[in-house]
Design a protein around this ligand. Structure first.
Ligand SMILES: [Ca+2]
Length: 325
């Protein structure tokens, strides 16, 4: 019986840990999006938690000469070192080496080992009594450690649900959940009541965009992950309001998932923004056909961006009702 336990323990260790390590380092993401990246980042925590339990279980079966404290200590040490080892091995390999990942690993290890300790019947009576006395606090700590790393994935799941749900509206800025996919670069953005003069079906909120002065960069606002499937639509619509005294040039670009980040591989255009309200309707076909050597994938659109050129004065405009039709 002892021999069988030892063998099972050994198999658990030799199969379970490499399998979990493979999932951790090599399982391809279903999609390279905010949600999947956040889920894979947060996934470190339960994965390393399970790995700690595998090591603990293997030690329990195989190493019955070790004290219980020792078994927990070794499980903690082995999985923590594995976590550090994985990140160190990714340095310089072009993979995603991240010290925060070690923290996520450790949170899972501590959370799962704490939970295991609370249910472990092998402790001596005094230890069991101490654990019983602090059960609520320990369980709460374990739960927080296990759940917090997964909150970003929950955030992006809600953001993605909201984005997909209101498509073909991209954003009318009435809802705070219109914001997550918008990113300012050398700019600030805020959802504000429409300024006087911008009274054309704006609802209660519009997006105020302040583009800074930059000597060598394009101040911009961009949607990083626009709803991807633009098939069956003819135009991209949006409304811009300017209360500047003088007209100014605003540039616009769009690209799909295949984009290689070169200028000829995306859609580029520019508009003159005059004082007051302007409605834009960009035909979508020319956007798909813009790359010089290929056609964009209409069901895999990725990003749209409004920007100004470097070394031009800072400016403010208001954006609303971005939609396709
Ligand atoms: Ca609005």
């Amino acid at each position: 019986m002892k021999r069988l336990s030892f063998i099972i323990g050994l198999i658990l260790l030799l199969v379970g840990v490499p399998l979990l390590l493979w999932v951790q380092t090599s399982l391809p993401k279903p999609d390279n999006t905010f949600f999947w990246r956040a889920l894979y980042d947060g996934g470190h925590t339960p994965l390393f938690g399970v790995m700690a339990l595998v090591v603990l279980g293997a030690l329990r079966l195989a190493g019955n000469r070790l004290s219980i404290n020792m078994q927990y200590g070794i499980a903690l040490l082995v999985t923590t070192l594995l976590g550090i080892g994985i990140e160190v091995s990714q340095i310089g390999s072009g993979r995603d080496a991240d010290p925060i990942d070690v923290l996520r690993d450790l949170m899972g290890v501590i959370a799962f080992l704490t939970a295991a300790a609370l249910f472990d019947s092998r402790w001596s009576p005094p230890v069991r009594e101490r654990l019983r006395r602090h059960r609520t606090g320990l369980a709460a700590v374990a739960l927080i450690l296990a759940v917090v790393p997964l909150l970003p994935a929950v955030y992006w799941a809600i953001a993605e649900y909201h984005r997909n749900d209101q498509w073909p509206l991209v954003a009318d800025f009435e809802d705070p959940w219109d914001r997550p996919f918008f990113f300012p670069s050398q700019a600030t953005i805020s959802q504000v009541p429409p300024p006087n003069g911008f009274d054309s079906a704006t609802g209660r909120r519009v997006l105020r965009v302040d583009l800074d002065y930059m000597f060598d960069d394009d101040p911009s606002i961009y949607i990083r992950e626009v709803y991807p499937d633009w098939r069956d639509y003819d135009s991209l619509l949006f409304t811009i309001y300017s209360d500047a005294v003088e007209p100014f040039q605003l540039h616009f670009r769009a690209h799909d998932r295949m984009h290689d980040y070169s200028y000829p591989d995306r859609y580029n255009t520019e508009f003159t923004i005059y004082p007051g309200v302007q409605h834009f309707a960009l035909p979508i076909e020319p956007i798909f056909d813009a790359p010089t050597t290929r056609r964009m994938q209409p069901h895999r659109m990725r990003s749209i961006q409004w920007f100004k050129l470097p070394d031009t004065p800072e400016l403010t405009f208001y954006l609303d009702n971005i939609t396709v039709k």
